[in-house]
Design a binder for this molecule. Structure first.
Ligand code: GLU
Length: 427
């Protein structure tokens, strides 16, 4: 089976190997020295199995792909309110290195442009730039599952030529957005952009986000799930420079690209993708990288807004198990929409039964919203003179020790429930 996935990746990569459009970034002189032909593709499943194709072991600098990770770290360490006070979450519609802040708030519009990323660096707690950078470096490494190194040549090159970022940092300091000395903050920012990764590192970092902050390789939780959700949201709306709308339409995954030629893409709950090819299009995204992701998404059906069958397949069967006894068999992952469908159907049939039996034996997973709705069903039905029984052998809806709290009548098998219902209807 693994060969099948490998063949997919190899083919999708091979389809782009002759693409030579685009150009290396050269505003950081050292970036123009990389081999333009390097081309790696890696995909990590949510349980940490990695497929690699091409130059997946080739290192390149992370550049702007660092931005969502430092933003996530700042959110995790100082909390969302403190971060929101300094960095917005609106797409800017401007170049990534625009020297600008939001007209009203005087803060950077989002953390994916340089202004927001530099502000995020300054929010990472630490006694000085070294300590701040150590935290960032440790965090990226924990997401990748290995110790990442720094490319000192790229760092020196960016530091020597980074006047535009200096302008941004000093502007932010003048608006009171930066904590600390602007040159110290910039030094950390230049270092974080010079961290070396491979496409496999990116796939692993993406898989950590896909798993809500748990690195599937190491089994270590590196960040809180609600922080990941916020980070992925900003990647959806602002991750791909001024091509974010195109990207979301065609690929449909939270993502971030960098001028080093990398792209990281996340399919929440499912997988992480890393691609590397350093020739960039006019908007700063890897030409082959974007194309590979478009093809992966369309050929493997990865768009995150694809409509699944979840809501239509929730009710597996509805039938009468005896006079006045109607059974609702539910299956799959039960979320709000599925629970709503169950309640509405049971409500609509109300004239047809005295006892409704809800069988959740085949429910794989359930969230709190759906659980709350299903446990509320009995109260509604008893108010209408009916009864509701639950078949829940694994305690999915009502854990075994909570039956009293939920005022539920719970059975282990459908037979037991139906027999009890028959006795009730007879009596
Ligand atoms: N280090 C680069 C800069 O600040 C990152 C830019 C990018 O990858 O978008 O200019």
């Amino acid at each position: 089976m693994a060969e099948l996935v490998q063949q997919y990746l190899d083919r999708i990569r091979a389809e782009q190997i002759d693409t030579r459009d685009g150009a290396l970034a050269n505003y950081i002189p050292e970036l123009a020295n990389v081999d333009p032909e390097g081309f790696g593709l890696s995909l990590s499943s949510s349980d940490g199995y990695v497929y690699e194709s091409g130059d997946a072991a080739l290192e390149f600098t992370i550049q702007s792909i660092s931005k969502p990770f430092t933003y996530a770290l700042a959110l995790d360490l100082i909390g969302q309110d403190a971060v929101d006070a300094r960095i917005g979450v609106e797409p800017s519609g401007e170049a990534f290195n625009e020297i600008s802040v939001d007209d009203v708030t005087k803060t950077p519009k989002n953390p994916m442009i340089n202004a927001g990323a530099i502000a995020a660096v300054s929010l990472v707690p630490g006694a000085g730039p070294d300590e701040q950078f150590d935290r960032i470096h440790d965090f990226y490494s924990a997401c990748a599952g290995r110790r990442l190194e720094i490319d000192m040549d790229v760092y020196d090159s960016e530091k020597a030529t980074g006047n535009r970022n200096r302008a941004i940092a000093y502007m932010l300091a003048s608006f009171g957005v930066l904590d600390g000395d602007p040159d110290d903050v910039l030094d950390v920012y230049f270092r974080q952009c010079s961290v070396k990764v491979t496409s496999t590192d990116l796939a692993r970092m993406a898989a950590t986000l896909a798993r809500g902050g748990l690195n599937p390789l190491t089994g270590r939780r590196v960040i809180d799930a609600h922080v990941v959700r916020r980070t992925l949201s900003v990647m959806v709306t602002c991750g791909m420079y001024d091509a974010t709308g195109d990207w979301v339409s065609a690929v449909g995954m939270p993502a971030k690209s960098g001028v080093g030629g990398g792209i990281v893409a996340v399919l929440p709950g499912q997988l992480g993708i890393g691609v590397y090819s350093p020739r960039l299009d006019a908007r700063g995204n890897s030409v082959r990288g974007v194309q590979v992701c478009r093809n992966l998404s369309s050929q493997l059906g990865l768009h995150f807004l694809s409509v699944t069958r979840e809501s239509s397949s929730t009710l597996r069967a509805v039938f009468d198990a005896g006079p006045g006894i109607r059974v609702y068999e539910v299956q799959g992952d039960l979320l709000f929409a599925g629970a709503e469908q169950v309640l509405r159907t049971a409500d609509h049939d109300r004239g047809r039964y005295d006892v409704a039996v809800l069988d959740v034996t085949r429910v794989d997973d359930i969230n709190d919203a759906a659980r709350g709705m299903l446990t509320g069903m009995r109260a509604n039905l008893t108010a209408a003179g009916k009864e509701a029984y639950l078949v829940d052998p694994d305690g999915r809806v009502v854990p075994a020790d909570r039956h009293d709290d939920y005022d539920a009548i719970v059975f282990r098998t459908l037979d037991e429930a139906v027999n009890a219902a028959l006795r009730r209807c007879a009596g």
